[in-house]
Design a protein around this ligand. Structure first.
Ligand code: ZN
Length: 61
């Protein structure tokens, strides 16, 4: 559970963070990591309720 996500059968709310420099939306949370491994502690990461747009492993699934 390193991302704080539930990976069971239940569809649960997935936290998303946006990189405001690239506009890309990833799975993850502020102060942690995105699903694909970016460190989100920098100030250009913000919480987002947009659809995940990152294609990398860990975010797209
Ligand atoms: Zn990602």
């Amino acid at each position: 559970m390193r991302l704080g996500l539930f990976n069971g059968n239940l569809k649960t709310i997935i936290m998303a963070v946006k990189n405001t420099e690239t506009g890309e939306v990833h799975i993850g949370y502020k102060g942690g990591e995105t699903g694909c491994g970016f460190d989100t502690s920098a100030s250009h990461w913000v919480y987002s309720n947009e659809r995940i747009t990152c294609d990398r492993n860990g975010c797209k699934n």
